[in-house]
Design a protein around this ligand. Sequence first.
Ligand code: 5GP
Ligand code: ZN
Length: 115
Amino acid sequence: MAEQCIFCRIVAGEAPGDIVYQDKDFLAFRDISPQAPIHLLIIPKAHITSLAQLADEQQELAGRLVILAKKLAEKEGITERGYRLVINCGSEGGQLVPHLHLHLIGGRKLGDRLG
Ligand code: 5GP
Ligand code: ZN
């Protein structure tokens, strides 16, 4: 755990989070400032600063993260309508929280532009 990391603090139960799912490796919770009716953040519990820090050996973790997002989309009832998965990486990628996270966004028609 990184002491100053807000997402590590949510994992540790030291900061509040509207948690919708967890297992031994992953946590999913609602974004505090949702961009759409459904906006979940799905994170590995281990502190990985960004996608750029993900190692080749972590491809299983990365795959499971995406499969989990797919399942949570089903649980949230947005599979039929569609949704978007986003990983922001680094400053120009718009990453504000330096703990790897996947945004699951849906529940409304999303814009055509990505950035
Ligand atoms: P990024 O720009 O790093 O990809 O996205 C960070 C996201 O984390 C933003 O959508 C922001 O609203 C969300 N966020 C930041 N701090 C907190 C927090 O303390 N709790 C929750 N639930 N979401 C947060
Ligand atoms: Zn962290």
